[in-house]
Each structure stands twice: as structure tokens, then as C-alpha cells.
Design a binder for this molecule. Structure first.
Ligand code: SF4
Length: 389
């Protein structure tokens, strides 16, 4: 048995599970893949985006109906994230955003950094009340980021966009997909974000879907090291969240319970990746002195989160290609509330280690990674080391 915490399981208490809304009734986040069109062709793209829209993309009229369905969840309404592909490739994006705002929805945008992303293009969204924009940064160096994104000069354009979006008045979230190709740069990325004044870092742990099969996912042991590192990265004044790595909440629970210690490696069986990242971060920024900002809201694919594809198909998340229905034939709220698979996910009815884990309610594992590995959205998450034989 591999133990990641040296001490009896449960010695550190599991905190009360925080759910700001009733996740049986409504998600807090609805992701809409407005289009698969994108001028980039990133090596890890979940959406396998193409330069032009794919057949079957929701029309403006169907998009309006979707927005009305999102509002139809009732109050508190979910936050709507307009993603892609590149959402800026949709000619009607501004009009769709205006309709969402008329319906009272909070809207966030997730555009690609391309020549379409300009201050002039973004100003009307700010006027409509869009406050949050997420931008992807996949390395601390131009060499790494440009290799992943497949465009020379893209790193410089991304750093410039982070600055001008902030100056324009947007709250800028940085998304980083962690993979073997960039995992050793995470401390340098942390220092970059700190220097740029970024308030929120969302770290995606690669799931091998779409073009994500072309790059290397990190191992379970590396994920554990990275999770401990990210907990410490959240002590420098910005929020750190993970995507497809809910085991980060297990690690955060343990670390909060442990309190301040000089050497976490005395308590947790961690590898050299953790040690190297921690050392590098301290070289760059000194010890973190802020209260850890690692949220403990127990969302997972299909619980608090739902994804609508470019063609209206509904899935538990963008990384879990298991269609649950289509908003053109069934209301989104009905699919979310009634679909048996989603109900099972929310009831933590998992098999394997996740089904037996003391953290299955707080964490529950990445349903997308379980599906990619086993074909079963309720299987165990092989990206987690906890309880592994
Ligand atoms: S075994 Fe599953 S539920 Fe438990 S911490 Fe790991 S991923 Fe989460």
C-alpha cells in the first residue's frame, strides 16, 4: 500500500463539505462550447478545434434558447462561461452575451489569444458587464508555451494580453494545462502570475481526450507532488483552483489540518518534483505568507458543473465525451437534474478506490479521467495515488 500521508487515515479531520447551492438542483457553472472554430491548433486541445465552425453548431436562435434554459435553472442562476474553440470566432458572440445579460446571467469569456483578441474587440463585452476573462498560459518560457500552442511568438502575445486585459478592467484568470512538458516550470509560472497581479489560477490536469492524447499526462505520483506544490502556491495572494484534479481538495484538507510545518516531506511521501518546485518557488518569491486560497467547494464533472457542446449535446464536462442529451430536444435543467448518470455521479456511486475512499464526497475523482481510462464515468480516477496498491 502506498501511503501519501504518514499517519492513520482520518487523523486529520475532513472539513464540512461546502456546497454554496443545492447541486442536485442546479450547477454553479455552465460551460458552453460556442464553437469549435479556432485559429490555433494546440497540442493538448480538448475540443480538437478547427479553423472553421463544424457542421451542427448551434444557430443564434438555438443559442438564445440555450441561454434562456440556463436562466431557467432559477436563482441563484449558474455562471455562464462562453468557451470554444475560440468564442471570438462566433460572429454573434456579442449579441449572445447581451441576451445572457438581459436574462440576468453572469457571463465569463474564455477566448484564445489570436489577432481577434484586441482591446477594441473586448471593450463592448466590458460595457455589457462581463468582468472575468480566462486566458491560457502553458509555460513560463516562450519555448515551452509556443511549442504547446504551436505558434511562434504566442507566449509574448499571451503575456501582453494578460496585461492589457487587466488594465482594461477585466478580472483575468489564467488557465494552465499541466503536463509532462511543462510540470517543472510551475514554480516559475507561479512567480509570473504573482508579478502580473493575476487573482485566479486554474490548473487543468491533462486528460487524454481530443488532441490531449498527443502530449503526456502526469502520473499519479506527480499529481500528488503538484497538488502539494499548488497548495503552497496559493499562499502568495491568489486563488488556485484545479480542473480534473479534485484530489487537490484532499491534499488541501490534509495540509490545512497539518498547519504550518517547515518540512511537509516529513509527513507526506512526496517525490523530487515537489521538492524541486518548492525550492524553486522559495528562491523566486521567498516563503508564502498569505492564508492558503485553495477552495473546498465540492464540485466535480456533473455536480455543480455541466457542459454544453457546440452542437447542443450535454456532457458532465468538456473532458468527458459521454453525451447525456441535447438542449434542442430536452431542457438543460431537466437533463442536469434527472439524468441517471449525473445522479449517480452526485451520489458518489463510484467503483474502485474512489468508491471506497473517505474523500469520495469532497473529491470523487476526475470522472473524465476515469472514463478515459476505463470507459466508465463512475470508475476510479487513475490519476490519484491515494489508496493505490
Ligand atoms: S481515491 Fe478517488 S475519491 Fe479518493 S482522493 Fe483519490 S480521486 Fe479522490
Amino acid at each position: 500500500m502506498v501511503q501519501t500521508f504518514i499517519g492513520p487515515e482520518g487523523r486529520l479531520p475532513t472539513p464540512p463539505i461546502r456546497r454554496p447551492v443545492d447541486f442536485q438542483q442546479r450547477p454553479i457553472l455552465v460551460f458552453w462550447e460556442t464553437t469549435k472554430a479556432c485559429l490555433l491548433s494546440c497540442r493538448h486541445c480538448r475540443a480538437t478545434a478547427l479553423p472553421t465552425a463544424m457542421p451542427g453548431e448551434l444557430s443564434s436562435r438555438a443559442g438564445h434558447q440555450l441561454l434562456e434554459q440556463v436562466a431557467g435553472f432559477g436563482k441563484p442562476a449558474p455562471i455562464l462561461i462562453l468557451t470554444g474553440g475560440d468564442c471570438l470566432m462566433r460572429p454573434d458572440l456579442l449579441e449572445l452575451t447581451a441576451h445572457a445579460r438581459r436574462l440576468g446571467l453572469t457571463v465569463a469569456l474564455s477566448p484564445s489569444v489570436t489577432p481577434r483578441l484586441t482591446p477594441a474587440a473586448m471593450a463592448p463585452f466590458l460595457e455589457l458587464g462581463v468582468r472575468v476573462v480566462s486566458i491560457s498560459l502553458d509555460g513560463a518560457t516562450a519555448a515551452t508555451h509556443d511549442r504547446v500552442r504551436g505558434v511562434p511568438g504566442h507566449f509574448d502575445a499571451t503575456v501582453a494580453a494578460l496585461s492589457w486585459l487587466r488594465e482594461a478592467g477585466f478580472k483575468v484568470q489564467v488557465n494552465t494545462t499541466v503536463m509532462r512538458e511543462n510540470m517543472t516550470e510551475l514554480a516559475d509560472v507561479t512567480a509570473m502570475l504573482h508579478g502580473l497581479g493575476i487573482p485566479l489560477w486554474e490548473v487543468f490536469f491533462l486528460v487524454s481526450v481530443g488532441r490531449g492524447t498527443a502530449v503526456s499526462a502526469t502520473s499519479a505520483a506527480e499529481n500528488e507532488d503538484i497538488s502539494h506544490f499548488l497548495f503552497e502556491a496559493s499562499q502568495y495572494g491568489f486563488l488556485v483552483r484545479t480542473v480534473e484534479a479534485p484530489f487537490f481538495r484532499r491534499v488541501a484538507t490534509w495540509r490545512r489540518g497539518l498547519g504550518e510545518v517547515d518540512d511537509p516531506q516529513a509527513y507526506f511521501a512526496l517525490g523530487s518534483l515537489y521538492g524541486d518546485l518548492r525550492t524553486r518557488l522559495r528562491q523566486l518569491l521567498g516563503p508564502g505568507t498569505e492564508r492558503a486560497m485553495a477552495p473546498s467547494v465540492a464540485t466535480r464533472d456533473g455536480m455543480g458543473v455541466i457542459f454544453v457542446g457546440h452542437d447542443g449535446s450535454v456532457r458532465p464536462s468538456g473532458f468527458l465525451p459521454h453525451a447525456l442529451g441535447n438542449i434542442q430536444v430536452q431542457e438543460l435543467a431537466e437533463i442536469y437534474r434527472e439524468n441517471p448518470m449525473l445522479r449517480a455521479i452526485r451520489a458518489s456511486e463510484f467503483s474502485g478506490r474512489c468508491g471506497q475512499c473517505a474523500f469520495r464526497s469532497l473529491c470523487g475523482g476526475s470522472r473524465a479521467r476515469a472514463f478515459a481510462a476505463t470507459g466508465d464515468p463512475l470508475g476510479e480516477d487513475p490519476g490519484c495515488i491515494f489508496g493505490a496498491a
